[in-house]
Design a protein around this ligand. Structure first.
Ligand SMILES: [Zn+2]
Length: 384
C-alpha cells in the first residue's frame, strides 16, 4: 500500500506489519452501560506459602469483560494444555452463575481451574494498571514467526506448560509459559519437601512475566541485548511491577506493618520476590528482594557491575526505586510516630525496630539478626 507524505514517499511501497494490525484489532473490551465495573476474583496474594494471618488470599477487582471458558477474554486466553502429562486440565468458566455467586473459584493448590483463574486475574490486573497509568491501551509486541500466532490478537497463557523450575514470556509464540516442579528434600518454610510447586501460583512470577510482555508491546527493541543494561532494565522493571502490586493487597500490607513495627520496607512479605520458588530449593530468603541493603541493616547500596546477569543488574534498579519509596514513606508517617528516625540507618545486625520509639506493635520480628540472605539463590527465571 502507499501512504505517508506524497513528497517524501511517492511511488514507494509500504507493508503494514502484523504487529500494527494486531494493535488495531486486539482491543480491550469496551464496557457497556449495563455491565458491572469489576469482577471480584480471589488469588494467592503472594503464593501458597503465606499464612492466613498474613493475608494469604487477596480478592482483586478485575475490570469486567465477558469471558469464555478458559478463561478467554479480549486480551488473554488461558490454555491449560499440559505437554508433560499429555492432558488438558479443563477450562475455567468464570461466567458460570455458581462461580459468579462465589466471587470466583476458591483458592486451591490442587485445583487446576483455580490456577487458570489465578493467571487470568493477575495478568488482567497488571494490564489494567498499565492502562490506567498510561491512559491508553497497550498492544502486544509478540512476534508472528509462527503462522498461528500471526492470526492471534490475544496473549496465550499456559499455567502448566512444562515441567521445570522456570517460567518465561515467549515472544515468538505470543505465550506466557509457566512450569511446575518438585520441591527438593530440604525445602523450607511452608513448602513441603518433595511437593509440587506451581510457578503459575506465584503472584510475583505471573506479574513479572506479563510485565515482560507489556514492556515488549511498549518497547519492542528492549528485547535486543545491545548492552547489559537493556536486559537488566527488562528484569528490573518486571520486578518493580510485581512488588508494587503487593501494596494493593490490604491484608498483606497490614500484616507487614504489624510484623515490622511500622517499617514495611523491612518486610519480606512486601519487598521479597518469589518466596516459594526460593524455599523449594532450601533457602529461607526470597529469590530477590527490593530492599536488601536496609533489610540487612547496612547502608551500602547494592553494587553495580556490567558483568552481572540481567536479574542482578535489574535488582540494582529495583532497590534504588524502593529506597526512594522508603524515604517518602518515612517522611509521611513521621508525624504519627514521633521520635522515629526518618531514614532507617540501623547498625549491622540490629533487628528491625529494636530500640526505636514509636512502635506500632511490639513483639514478633521478621528479619534474622545479621546477614539478610544466607544461601541466596542468584538465579533468575526466564531462561530458555
Ligand atoms: Zn524476567
Amino acid at each position: 500500500m502507499q501512504s505517508g507524505s506524497p513528497e517524501a514517499v511517492e511511488g514507494r511501497d509500504f507493508e503494514v506489519g502484523p504487529g500494527v494490525v494486531r494493535a488495531a484489532r486486539g482491543r480491550p473490551y469496551e464496557r457497556q452501560p449495563d455491565d458491572p465495573l469489576y469482577r471480584p476474583l480471589r488469588i494467592f496474594s503472594l503464593d501458597p506459602t503465606v499464612s492466613q494471618l498474613e493475608g494469604a488470599v487477596a480478592e482483586v477487582e478485575v475490570p469486567y469483560e465477558p469471558l469464555g471458558p478458559g478463561p478467554v477474554g479480549a486480551l488473554f486466553e488461558v490454555d491449560d494444555a499440559d505437554s508433560v502429562q499429555r492432558t488438558h486440565w479443563g477450562r475455567a468458566d468464570l461466567d458460570d452463575s455458581a462461580v459468579l455467586l462465589r466471587n470466583g473459584i476458591a483458592p486451591s493448590v490442587t485445583n487446576p481451574l483455580f490456577h487458570q483463574q489465578m493467571v487470568y486475574a493477575v495478568c488482567a490486573t497488571v494490564y489494567h494498571a498499565f492502562r490506567q497509568a498510561l491512559g491508553r491501551h497497550v498492544s502486544w509486541g509478540f512476534e508472528a514467526n509462527r503462522g498461528e500466532a500471526e492470526q492471534r490478537d490475544r496473549l496465550r497463557v499456559l499455567p502448566h506448560a512444562f515441567e521445570g523450575r522456570n517460567a518465561f514470556y515467549d515472544r515468538e509464540a505470543g505465550e506466557l509459559r509457566f512450569g511446575y516442579f518438585q520441591a527438593e528434600d530440604d525445602a523450607t518454610g511452608r513448602t513441603p519437601p518433595g511437593g509440587v510447586v506451581f510457578t503459575c501460583l506465584s503472584h510475583d512470577i505471573v506479574a513479572h512475566e506479563v510485565t515482560h510482555a507489556l514492556l515488549d508491546g511498549l518497547r519492542a527493541h528492549f528485547c535486543r541485548p545491545t548492552g547489559p543494561d537493556v536486559l537488566g532494565f527488562h528484569e528490573g522493571f518486571a520486578d518493580i511491577v510485581a512488588v508494587l502490586r503487593h501494596f494493593g493487597h490490604r491484608d498483606l500490607v497490614l500484616a507487614a506493618i504489624r510484623r515490622t513495627e511500622g517499617r514495611p520496607e523491612g518486610s519480606g512479605l512486601l519487598t521479597g520476590i518469589a518466596h516459594q520458588f526460593s524455599q523449594s530449593r532450601g533457602s529461607t530468603q526470597p529469590l530477590r528482594t527490593a530492599f536488601e541493603s536496609m533489610a540487612a541493616g547496612c547502608t551500602e547500596p547494592k553494587p553495580y557491575a556490567k558483568d552481572q546477569e540481567p536479574h542482578e543488574i535489574g535488582e540494582v534498579l529495583v532497590q534504588a526505586i524502593f529506597e526512594a519509596w522508603t524515604t517518602v514513606f518515612n517522611r509521611k508517617v513521621e508525624p504519627y510516630l514521633p521520635g522515629r528516625p526518618s531514614v532507617p540507618t540501623r547498625p549491622p545486625g540490629q533487628q528491625a525496630g529494636a530500640g526505636v520509639p514509636g512502635h506500632l506493635h511490639p513483639g514478633h520480628r521478621l528479619l534474622p539478626a545479621g546477614g539478610h540472605r544466607p544461601g541466596r539463590i542468584p538465579a533468575g527465571l526466564d531462561h530458555r
